[in-house]
Design a protein around this ligand. Structure first.
Ligand code: LLP
Length: 429
């Protein structure tokens, strides 16, 4: 067994920088039991090398291109993660003024920020214009008009793309599928040309590009290729109408391995997609992408302690100190996350539902898991880098967990555990 968790041979599936070294689970070269001892549980731990390796796959795929990787920060918006990605050259895809201020606080370059979302307020538009963001991804005709008004009133011109809904089935969970006609996102493919004509006629707007995002946790390249074909058809039509499309924003959505999933590698996918772009004569256009989960998802684990074992007639429960407020994906999407012990176990296993202390039957982290555990042992919930801390809540008046970033043999706390007093700081009894 290698002592370095970054050795590919011993890495756990779906956790490329997590491995057992001398029977102890490590993130890179840091032992998780030691971090749990020092900082308590539940504790999110992220591997910097894992995030940078995931980014490198995109950078390889887009090498030699005029391209901008805008990290979809909703996946994990902790400042240290944002700073890491900003320092590595990323821009950001934001969906609220809160995310805008967070990105700026982490050192983002405003011109590398794009603003997505169907419900931008006037105040959000004003602030984004004031700091000089790179582009607004506009999602409706009504939004075009409001943005035009806001831009004119502030004496600025808003750079825009129109998010087109290509009506492609991303074949993912219905809650995170966004590119179908019945979804609330984007402007229908059929109305897109008309929307571009309208945008081009408004003095407060400057057409910059085209945008689409068809869903999340996509594990097959076919929907991407279909969406790209449809978008390129539109670019041809829009440019025939005399409106130049400077960039093609192709959204995010690439899946990760949660449970044996086999998404294409980012570099392979982009090799295929760029072949289509080039074949259609658009090789000179800037490519913008908005990956979230695929940059951070497999880089994070959540360490939790077993509080009680509760054998039952129908089910055995393993009750842990992390819950749906920390890890909401199983409760929301019946999502699967691998769960492994921090100390490698060899004896006989029992099948448990791993559940949190929150007062809902929906508060489970894993069902029917074979584990050899005792109260006081610690477990790691894998692939917890995306859409876990960023969706965490204080339900049941539970303070949010602490976060640690690992770099090689070094680790540092990037978010302190909330105190219970923090939770009512803004309230009046
Ligand atoms: N761009 C737009 C406009 C988006 O709406 C999203 C994600 C992304 C990019 C990034 O997608 P990604 O590369 O992360 O798949 N909470 C859910 C996922 C919600 C995704 C929302 N939009 C989950 O835990 O599975």
């Amino acid at each position: 067994m290698s002592s370095s968790a970054s050795s590919a041979a011993s890495a756990l599936p779906g956790a490329p920088f997590v491995a057992y070294g001398a029977g102890q689970l490590q993130v890179e070269q840091v032992t998780l039991s030691e971090l749990a001892q020092q900082h308590g549980t539940p504790l999110f731990v992220y591997s910097q090398a894992s995030i940078l390796a995931a980014l490198a796959a995109y950078q390889r795929g887009l090498a030699g291109r005029n391209a901008l990787i805008c990290y979809a920060m909703k996946a994990n918006s902790s400042l240290a993660i944002l700073r890491l990605l900003a320092d590595a050259g990323c821009g950001f895809d934001i969906v609220s003024v809160g995310e805008l201020e967070r990105a700026l606080a982490a050192g983002a370059t405003p011109s590398k920020i794009i603003f997505s979302g169907i419900g931008k307020t006037r105040a959000e538009m004003r602030r984004a214009l004031e700091v000089g963001i790179g582009c607004f991804n506009v999602e409706s005709m009504a939004e075009l008009d409001v943005l035009n008004e806001v831009a004119q009133a502030s004496g600025r011109v808003a750079p825009i793309s129109i998010r087109v809904n290509p009506n492609v089935d991303a074949k993912t969970h219905p809650y995170i599928s966004t590119g179908l006609r019945g979804n609330k996102f984007g402007i229908g493919h059929e109305q897109a040309l008309q929307a571009y004509r309208h945008a081009a006629s408004l003095p407060g707007l400057r057409v910059q590009g085209i945008d689409c995002h068809i869903g999340s946790q996509i594990t097959d390249s076919a929907p991407y290729l279909e969406a790209m074909d449809r978008i390129l058809d539109l670019v041809t039509q829009i440019e025939a109408a005399g409106i130049r499309i400077h960039h093609i924003d192709f959204g995010g959505g690439l899946g990760i391995d949660y449970n044996g999933d086999t998404p294409p590698r980012a570099d392979d996918l982009w090799h295929e997609l760029l072949a289509r772009v080039d074949a259609r004569g658009f090789a000179d256009r800037q490519i913008v992408i908005e990956p979230g989960r695929s940059l951070v998802g497999n880089a994070g684990v959540c360490v939790t302690e077993v509080l009680y074992l509760k054998p039952g007639e129908q089910k055995n429960f393993c009750i842990v100190d992390a819950a749906m407020n920390d890890l909401p994906r199983p409760a929301l999407y019946e999502a699967f996350h691998r769960i492994v012990p921090l100390v490698e176990a060899t004896g006989a296993a029992t099948v448990y539902d791993v559940v949190g202390p929150v007062c809902e039957s929906g508060d489970w982290l894993g069902r029917d898991r074979a584990l050899n555990v005792q109260a006081g042992d610690r477990l790691a919930v894998l692939s917890a880098g995306a859409y876990c801390m960023s969706m965490a809540s204080n339900y049941n008046t539970r303070p949010r967990a602490a976060e640690v970033l690992v770099d090689g043999a070094q680790s540092r706390v990037i978010r302190q555990r909330e105190t219970v007093q923090d939770l009512w700081r803004t309230e009046t009894p």
